[in-house]
Design a binder for this molecule. Sequence first.
Ligand code: PLP
Length: 373
Amino acid sequence: MSDLIFLDSAGSSIPPACVVDEVVGHLRRETEIGGYRAAAERRDDLEAGYGVLAELFGVAPTEIAFTDSATRSWLTAFDAVPLAKGDRVLVTEVEYGGNAVPMLRRAEETGATVEVMRSDRHGQVDVGALELDERVKLVSLVHVPTNGGLVNPVNEVTAKAHEVGALVLLDACQSTGQLDLRGLDYDLLVCTGRKWLRGPRGTGALVVRDAVRERLRPRLFDHSGAEWTGRTEYRPRDDARWFELWEYSVADRLGLIAAVKYALAKGLDVIEAEVTARAKRLRDGLADLPGITVHDLGERQSGIVTFTSERVPPMELKDRLWEQRVAVTVSQSASTLIDMTRRGLDEVVRASPHYFVTPDEVDQALERISRSG
Ligand SMILES: *Cc1c(COP(=O)(O)O)cnc(C)c1O
């Protein structure tokens, strides 16, 4: 695959060798001594993993829970936010389908309403136009959408939400691992391992800020999240691990921890600068190609680049590029229905170059896009 120009880190990136070695090595060890003993050998590393993820987000280790996907993190967190009839939940125009569907079901069940926050002319949440009151219980904020380059403001939205006592649930699936998230203000954050973090599939994390844990009512936990203390009693853990289940893939978790360590060693600021530069090079190059339209919104832009060709439909263009050894994907309207409908888009080609894609490879990709599209 060495000649492949890989532009799909927003989909499922390519893990570094240290991540694969960690996962495969642990699976082998399990075949030698069994899963329990193998996990016991790595107990200290697994424990240290909370500190590693805490460093990634600039939070405390007590605020980290490991999960098996961003969606699992999101569902667990969302389900723990008390909602009643008349409560308001606010979402961005770029809300992710996997969040939207369960939110609609819960609204149906509780009588809460789901409302879309307005965007400004750059496509980002219009902070000035936010209309909040005490009925707003949750703001579901997508940091970087799955279908485009924009980056939503976080601290400004959170400041407004906190004025009325609302919780902010930050979907940082597409920003974790490409942007430096330390210093952001939110109550809950969800991320996935396989995208920009270059971790194994089937991994994710949830950040629950210590200050809000008492306001949450998790329903999906077991006897590791809460201790069974008596026939009719249980005592929840006093950290974010309340939100974890006992069973998990130890190999994959070790792989995720290795991936985060790898990112921290490279430097989150370096990664952010390099990813942003690669995406800009690609975006600017695409804008110069006849018949190609770039669709990215946002004043500040991330590593996600989306475009269409007036000659070739997105799916076909993706296939043609794969034949030319360029990996891209297609983002479909069902993933971000509100935004795509509003802009009259059905599908867009999505290219997401990580720092390991060289500027020269970006130029070669542009050449092949120009030939194929
Ligand atoms: C990919 C994605 C998710 C879901 O992540 P999973 O790990 O597949 O659960 C959520 N939100 C956004 C914005 C995404 O791009």
